[in-house]
Design a protein around this ligand. Sequence first.
Ligand SMILES: Nc1ncnc2c1ncn2[C@@H]1O[C@H](COP(=O)(O)OP(=O)(O)OP(=O)(O)O)[C@@H](O)[C@H]1O
Ligand SMILES: [Mg+2]
Length: 446
Amino acid sequence: MATRQHRLRSKLAQHQQKIHPFVVEASGQLVRVVGLTLEATGCRAAVGSLCAIETMSGNLVAEVIGFDDQLLYLMPIEELRGVLPGAKVTPLGQQSGLSVGLSLLGRVLDGSGQPIDGLGNLKTDQKASSHVAAINPLARRAISEPLDVGVRAINAMLTVGKGQRMGLFAGSGVGKSVLLGMMTRGTNADIIVVGLVGERGREVKEFIEEILGAEGRARSVVVAAPADTSPLMRLRACETSTRIAEYFRDLGYNVLLLMDSLTRYAQAQREIALAVGEPPATKGYPPSVFAKLPKLVERAGNGGGKQGSITAFYTVLTEGDDLQDPIADASRAILDGHIVLSRSLADSGHYPAIDIEASISRVAPMVITPDHLEAMRKVKQVYSLYQQNKDLISIGAYSQGSDPRIDNAIRLQPAMNAFLRQMMKDSVTFESSTLMLGQMGAQCQV
Ligand SMILES: Nc1ncnc2c1ncn2[C@@H]1O[C@H](COP(=O)(O)OP(=O)(O)OP(=O)(O)O)[C@@H](O)[C@H]1O
Ligand SMILES: [Mg+2]
């Protein structure tokens, strides 16, 4: 008798363990809708979990973004349409993992990792959990090798290391997307993950078909959440692309992660945070935005042991070319360098419009040879000297022969501009970039 009771008790305990505390909950109902925020009562669900909401045309999936006493705040993942007062809200539990695998290459996914390219289902059974533990900073390999990005001005003057996180700061229309596209074609990274977040829908297609091209696409995974998708989808797109990059990094690949743009990620988080009543702080951005940015960026970088690396480029929009925007400021502090694209260079037809003087790669000295560093320093000095005296020179106030260094800078100017420019379809290897930089440096008098 006693053994039977014991058996029954242990069986009950086993079953109790299987019941997820947050999954099995009664349905609730919708009591209020304001903008994109839905308020429900009568059910319990964890923040970050999903709920199905009954609408006129089937169910709508929404994510729990916060709560207040008995009230749950939800935000739809898809378009909000046809919800009625008192609609049934059923908790669905936590989000399922992300499909991953080498078959992701060449595919275009939405923010939740579902294919949107019309090429059928993803041919993989592997799932990656959406939450990963952060890598211990001491277990990460140091950045020690350069990554070829196929762009001469960057390879030579702003060398990027494998595992580095760079910002690409620019206003609208100065060539960010084209520059990212050039990198996808020219880089020697094994795999490229592109996150297109908050762009116009037309641009996504343009980027994939024209800028990325068949060659770039074959070794890329694109995650796209255009501007008309919900803020949750845009936020997720950044997280999904980072998660995919992490998956490939953990397999030992050197991954190049291109995120266009980090500003749109911050804006999506601003929309969500303001909707649940978080107070705005700097320029309408609530504090959670500044907490989320480093969390996302810190996930890129080198792995430890046999893991590969994630070298990341995050574009940062500088409104009205204002470099003091709070997101630009916060990003500059958490990234390992920044490339500034200048509107005046773009206007004069100088592409890529990289402002060499305003840009910096903080890890460059750690990944290049002393000769490379020396040539880089010389070229930068001569380039700056010309820029400082440019106005005098252009109005004819400088008379030749007054300063041999300025004479040298004027003489080298056309060659320097040709060195820094690059046609959209061309790619230049790291070796030939450094070779040309060496020749340039040899002619510089400093
Ligand atoms: N390397 C280049 N060579 C020639 N033209 C270029 C180059 N890079 C950019 N351009 C020109 O600049 C235009 C704008 O570039 P792009 O779309 O990359 O800008 P963007 O900064 O991504 O703009 P947005 O802010 O609208 O996303 C391109 O259509 C192209 O005409
Ligand atoms: Mg663009």
